[in-house]
Design a protein around this ligand. Structure first.
Ligand code: GTP
Ligand code: MG
Length: 206
């Protein structure tokens, strides 16, 4: 239990981008976390979707601003818009698809080359409910994550295994000094965003 009353804790927020091949379950993981929902046959994402959720940690109330990106190849060139200035990134693969694991590795390399130096990265092997069809050894994935200084989780958006934990552990690892106060949150909007941005503040600048 925290020694601080919930209302007295720091109010902070950070941007978390979700990347990975199409069909690995990025949207399902995000929707499981934000709304505790799962849809068989979830529709492919166009551009990106923006969702938020508050989590309550020992030292802070954290608002996680999630950019669930589109994994289809045609959207690859716009991905930097979402991972730039992200304090956290989930790189997702499907444990039943070797190809998607190779895709995750390539996302990690791209973020290391072009992303922010301090982004907290987590490698997430999704669809553990399909363990009979497993093609990616968890030890191999965990080793890859360790070598690249990433957190590692296996999860299932379908049965909710580990989904809350992924975001909680990432939130704990994001350095507090790069986060800003809740009052400073500026709603973001990108092309193809599936959710409307909040209304602009009527307040004047400076
Ligand atoms: P794009 O938006 O195209 O990049 O795909 P995505 O990574 O967002 O995948 P999405 O969440 O749309 O899921 C793709 C398919 O996998 C859908 O049919 C989901 O129902 C299914 N799916 C997602 N997560 C799981 C899971 O944990 N277990 C199982 N069995 N199926 C899942
Ligand atoms: Mg999607």
């Amino acid at each position: 239990m925290s020694s601080q009353a919930p209302s007295q804790r720091n109010q902070i927020h950070f941007k978390c981008v979700v990347l990975g091949n199409s069909g690995v379950g990025k949207s399902c993981l995000t929707l499981r976390f934000v709304r505790d929902e799962f849809t068989e046959g979830q529709e492919t994402t166009i551009g990106a979707a923006f969702l938020t959720k508050n989590v309550f940690l020992e030292d802070a109330n954290v608002r996680i601003e999630i950019w669930d990106t589109a994994g289809q190849e045609r959207y690859r060139s716009i991905a930097p818009m979402y991972y730039r200035q992200a304090q956290a990134g989930l790189i997702v693969y499907d444990i039943t698809s070797r190809d998607s694991f190779d895709g995750a590795k390539s996302w990690v390399k791209e973020l290391q080359r072009k992303g922010e130096r301090d982004t907290v990265l987590a490698l997430v092997g999704n669809k553990t409910d399909l363990k009979d069809k497993r093609k990616v050894d968890p030890d191999e994935a965990s080793e890859f994550a360790r070598e690249n200084n990433m957190l590692f989780f296996e999860a299932s958006a379908k049965d909710a295994t580990n989904v809350e934990k992924i975001f909680q552990e990432v939130a704990k690892k994001v350095p507090r000094q790069v986060q800003t106060k809740r009052a400073d949150v500026v709603p973001l909007r990108g092309p193809g965003t599936n959710e409307p941005a909040a209304p602009k503040s009527a307040g004047k600048c400076c």
